[in-house]
Design a protein around this ligand. Sequence first.
Ligand SMILES: NC(=O)c1ccc[n+]([C@@H]2O[C@H](COP(=O)([O-])OP(=O)(O)OC[C@H]3O[C@@H](n4cnc5c(N)ncnc54)[C@H](OP(=O)(O)O)[C@@H]3O)[C@@H](O)[C@H]2O)c1
Length: 303
Amino acid sequence: MRDVRGPADDAGGGAWNVLLTGASSGLGLAIARQLLGDPRYRLVLTARAASLARFAAAGIVEGERVLLRQLDVTDAEQRRAVVAEIDERFGGVDVLINNAGVAFRSVLEHVNEQERLQQMQVNFLGPMHLMRLCLPGMRARRRGRIVNVSSVAGMMAMPTMAIYSASKWALEGATEALWYEVRPWGIHVTLVEPGFIHSESFRNTVWSREGERAAHEHDDGYRAHYDCMAPFVERLMRRARATPDRIARRIAALLRERRPPLRLPATRDAWLFYLLRRLLPRRLYHLVLWRGLPDTRRWGPGR
Ligand SMILES: NC(=O)c1ccc[n+]([C@@H]2O[C@H](COP(=O)([O-])OP(=O)(O)OC[C@H]3O[C@@H](n4cnc5c(N)ncnc54)[C@H](OP(=O)(O)O)[C@@H]3O)[C@@H](O)[C@H]2O)c1
């Protein structure tokens, strides 16, 4: 039986203050909806300025237990302001959920310096800064939870998603180190690793400038990579049984666990890749994955 108790038990009966990023759509919105129903939490739901109106459209309004705030995780001033407000009004962030994320589609050769930085800023550097802002308070109170939404791409890399994988691997490495570092204060850190989610978020995948050009250029050596991978990923997402709601329920359950795990592969395919990665010899593992990729005979210079 899993060791379960509510966070309110840790808090001595008081509500836990949750800061959630990227809360206006997809998985973030599903997590917000899950936690809204639980009186143990006081929620600070954040989104970029242009996305704030989506809360009203989703029927979420401010109230005694809910604040809606603007937060672009790449903006230092906005990060500082939202954490400072939670410190002043509620006594600090108890649960930080770094959910906001973006995925660039590009082979490594086609992603430029600015795009690389943008990818790392949203998925890695933003969460790093937020953790650094929240941790001193968590350590002072000797309690806290950090949930970093990674991805199956944080344990396996896919062609045309090199920089997305790099950002999630960076998040995984830093979070793993943090797990050891803050254990003495009773702070729990978890990486949630969803596989493919049945959602519309593949529409939000950002093409790198050069990648988009290459995908439309008949003679480009990488054209078949894009031709095959983009519909392949889209198909896997459409067929996926995992929904944002289902993963949000897993995350809500995770917050109730007394000893949450460092890693939570959050979908069946994520478990499968986790096991393959652990059990197969590396060379075999990469060959198995290569064989599973679509139409690789068309890739590259031709035979
Ligand atoms: N979808 C999947 O199959 C999948 C699989 C594995 C892991 N994940 C991870 O799950 C998390 C949620 O993704 P999702 O599937 O829910 O995708 P999504 O629907 O595209 O949601 C991403 C969220 O991140 C926000 N965001 C993007 N850039 C931001 C920034 N600079 N500052 C603040 N917020 C920003 C977006 O806000 P805007 O609406 O303003 O753009 C949006 O709310 C991400 O970390 C993603 O990497 C997703």
